[in-house]
Design a protein around this ligand. Structure first.
Ligand code: F0G
Length: 453
């Protein structure tokens, strides 16, 4: 059960089918463009969407809004240093800002960054620095149905081959994303992190963590990795950070705040350079684009997020939703992670070809049937067409992500999702595809306009 009770509530929109049809038509069948108050259950992201605790609000009231050297910064810095062990902590307004600060300082054009899987913004920031982003996920990740516990791992053999080959010396950093969001929210084992860290040291390449969901990763390690079964998630997380040379973190996930992030570094020279860019573009080094109250709420959230009772409930809630989804006759990317359940839209809607976007079709149907908003992760996100509109590349899988905000929805909301999916699955044959009528040159899934095919 939830190790908390509800103290403050917020109404959610209860809409009619007619209202939803009109809204979806108005936004050209792209739920990203819906107004949030047209959505009943919003599973677009687990980022910045969590519920604050009374303790977080309380420390927020004590936030020190001094321009420089605020008490809040020192409390934040001490907490993050205790958790991560890094010598320097630079606050930033969110994860991608931390990525930009790090990569535009650490990377030189022509370099390569290798990862278990880069998150979109991480990849974009690598590319903006004139570098190439290479993903080396483990082979088990390719099988959506397999229940292997650590499908977020990096492929160690492929990494060794890569580092030893002609392009090896161009690798500037290896980034381990924990948990692996781009790879279905799957965790990385401590064995894999230890071996990657050891290999990176051997080749003289720094290893960084993209630690957005470090606590969820640590929890799954205690659940599934024999050598860590008796450890607390906090001690697993501490060990993971200490294997790395630095980290970037979006605090909007596992610090359970609405805004925030940071860079952690051991290399003081690199930290000096990052700090200069931080001051020029984010804010002075003791606030980095955040308010004092934000820094205090991050520190408190980082203490709450590794509580075993909180993480156990988060796993249980995700499992509960995954069970409802399977019972509705919809397959998911197995095993269900903690931050999201990914629906296999390609398998549910085999009559819709990739270039008519089965994931988008399911996501629109979730909204029409149940007022539920979810993100397409299929060919709208990853596909490409030529100038005449003919498909030239489709996604390997047509998925829809149901992201789970922290401490926000209850089991009855999850029942509603299961019931909605059961209605959709029963009439899956009648679900239509979509085609694009207008799109932007990059990150098209956010603003593309579509119409029923
Ligand atoms: N790294 C990972 C693994 C992420 O999942 C995200 C954001 C970021 C970095 C960037 O952090 O949003 O604070 O700038 N993921 C969100 C999501 C947006 O919905 O998965 P940010």
């Amino acid at each position: 059960m939830e190790p908390y009770r509800i103290k403050v509530v917020e109404p959610i929109a209860i809409t009619t089918r007619e209202q939803r049809e009109a809204a979806l038509e108005r936004v050209h069948y792209n739920p990203f463009d819906l107004r949030a108050d047209e959505v009943t259950i919003d599973l677009l992201s687990d980022s910045g969407t969590g519920a604050l605790s009374a303790a977080q609000l309380s420390v927020g009231m004590d936030g020190d809004e001094s321009y420089a050297g605020s008490r809040s910064f020192y409390r934040f810095e001490e907490t993050v240093k205790e958790l991560t062990g890094f010598a320097r902590i630079l606050p930033a307004h969110q994860g991608r800002a931390a990525e930009r600060i790090l990569f535009s300082t650490l990377l030189q054009a022509g370099g390569i960054v290798v990862s278990n899987t880069h998150f979109d913004t991480t990849r974009a920031n690598v590319m903006l620095a004139g570098c190439q982003a290479v993903d080396l996920p483990c082979p088990e990740a390719k099988n959506l149905d397999s229940h292997e516990p650590f499908k977020g791992n990096i492929d160690l053999e492929a990494l060794e081959r890569y580092l030893g080959a002609t392009d090896g010396p161009k690798v500037a950093v290896v980034v381990m994303t924990i948990t692996n969001n781009g790879g279905g929210g799957q965790p990385v084992s401590m064995e894999n992190l230890h071996k990657t860290s050891e290999m990176c040291r051997r080749y003289g390449v720094p290893m960084f963590l993209d630690a957005a969901r470090f606590a969820e990763n640590a929890w799954l390690v205690t659940r599934h990795e024999a050598a860590y079964r008796d450890r607390t998630p906090r001690s697993v997380a501490e060990e993971a950070f200490r294997l790395a040379d630095g980290c970037v973190m979006s605090a909007k996930k596992d610090a359970i705040v609405h805004m925030g992030g940071f860079v952690g570094l051991n290399d003081l020279e690199l930290a000096e350079k990052c700090e200069q860019l931080l001051i020029a573009t984010e804010g002075f080094a003791t606030y980095g684009g955040l308010a004092g109250r934000d820094l205090d709420m991050i520190a408190q959230g980082l203490r709450e997020v590794t509580e075993p009772a909180y993480l156990a409930e988060r796993e249980d809630a995700a499992r509960y939703l995954a069970d409802r989804v399977r019972a509705a006759g919809v397959d998911i990317l197995e095993p269900a992670g903690l931050h999201a359940v990914y629906l296999n839209a390609g398998r549910l809607l085999p009559h819709i070809p990739a270039h008519e976007f089965p994931g988008q079709a399911l996501s629109c149907q979730l909204y029409l049937e149940g007022g539920i908003r979810a993100a397409e992760l299929g060919s709208l996100y990853l596909g490409e067409e030529d100038e005449a509109g003919n498909p030239i590349k489709s996604a390997p899988y047509e998925l829809v992500r149901l992201a789970l905000p922290r401490r926000v929805y209850t089991r009855s909301h999850y029942d509603h999702i299961g019931e909605t999916l059961a209605r959709i699955a029963k009439n899956a044959d009648s679900v239509r595809g979509y085609r694009i009528v207008e799109q932007s040159p990059i990150l098209r899934h956010f603003r593309a306009k579509l119409q029923p095919a």
